[in-house]
Design a protein around this ligand. Structure first.
Ligand SMILES: Cc1cc2nc3c(=O)[nH]c(=O)nc-3n(C[C@H](O)[C@H](O)[C@H](O)COP(=O)(O)OP(=O)(O)OC[C@H]3O[C@@H](n4cnc5c(N)ncnc54)[C@H](O)[C@@H]3O)c2cc1C
Length: 263
């Protein structure tokens, strides 16, 4: 790890000022500190945002669930509010990494980092959520821009994410057994504007599968999902799984999600 200075702002205004001055935000540290230890990243100045009270917490706002960016995975997993409103989101959080990762990792950190195998981006995209920042509100469809890339500008801080309540939703992930990231994960939601299917782990970033969405909008059944051919040509292939294997997982996990939602 290279040397750095650590700031610990207690207000969002102070954090925004530090970020605007080039400080790198430190949330749960589960991705950032690992990359610094490996010397893949060398920020000279960190701003630890964990003491900013307004960034944490879970609340209902009409037909949406608003979760603060610094809310830890463990708190989303255990929240009675989340379990009642969007049980699939609590389930997703409960199966991120291991106990330590869930105790430290945060919703905002996960979404800002946008690891192509992370779980939360699929929920944000699948539920058609909005990302609230210090500067604006960004629709999920515009937020994720490929591997480790988002619409966030330099110095922009995610403050919360607003998840519209779906009629039903499910997230099914096939774990990469060593890391527990998604080898493939599929988030299916029946929303007011139709079915949304978001896939993580399979490509260079989370994406919606329009073929599955169209089929499930016509007939919300596992057999309708099974009839959709999944194109493997743009999917990842690595030592863990071929592109064809990932394509098959997208189909199978979508069918399982639909079956779970219909149960
Ligand atoms: C062993 C292991 C297993 C894991 N398994 C999974 C898994 O199964 N599923 C999964 O989804 N994830 C998994 N993760 C990742 C985990 O969820 C991380 O917590 C997450 O990716 C990053 O969140 P963080 O709070 O730790 O962010 P940090 O590491 O602190 O920050 C990550 C990046 O986001 C930026 N950032 C942080 N907060 C904000 C904000 N509010 N606004 C703007 N930018 C911000 C930081 O500057 C940094 O660039 C795993 C991690 C590990 C180490």
């Amino acid at each position: 790890m290279y040397p750095f200075t650590l700031e610990q702002p207690t207000t969002l205004a102070d954090a925004a000022q530090l970020a605007a001055g080039g400080a790198k935000l430190l949330a749960g540290g589960q991705s950032l500190l690992a990359s610094m230890k490996l010397r893949l990243s060398a920020p000279g100045r960190l701003a630890d945002i964990s003491a900013i009270k307004e960034l944490s917490g879970i609340r209902r706002d009409g037909n949406a669930l608003v979760i603060g960016a610094m809310t830890r995975h463990i708190d989303v997993a255990g929240s009675a509010e989340v379990k009642a409103a969007i049980p699939a989101l609590a389930q997703l959080a409960a199966h991120i990494g291991d106990r330590q990762v869930r105790a430290m990792g945060t919703l905002g950190g996960s979404v800002a980092h946008n690891d192509p195998a992370a779980c939360y981006p699929s929920a944000v995209l699948g539920l058609g959520a909005s990302v609230h920042t210090t500067q604006r509100k960004i629709a999920a469809d515009d937020f994720f821009q490929g591997m480790f890339s988002t619409a966030l500008l330099d110095g922009e801080i995610i403050t919360a994410i607003s998840f519209p309540l779906p009629k039903r939703a499910a997230y099914i992930k096939f774990n990469q057994p060593a890391s527990r990231f998604a080898l493939v994960g599929v988030f299916v939601a029946q929303t007011g504007s139709g079915v949304r299917v978001a896939v993580t782990g399979a490509a260079n970033g989370v994406f919606r599968h329009r073929g599955l969405e169209d089929a499930l909008n016509r007939s919300f059944s596992a057999s309708a999902a099974a009839a959709v051919a999944i194109d493997a040509s743009e999917l990842n292939a690595d030592l863990h799984a071929s592109a064809a294997y990932r394509a098959n997982l997208i189909s199978v996990l979508t069918q399982r999600a639909v079956t779970q939602m219909l149960a």
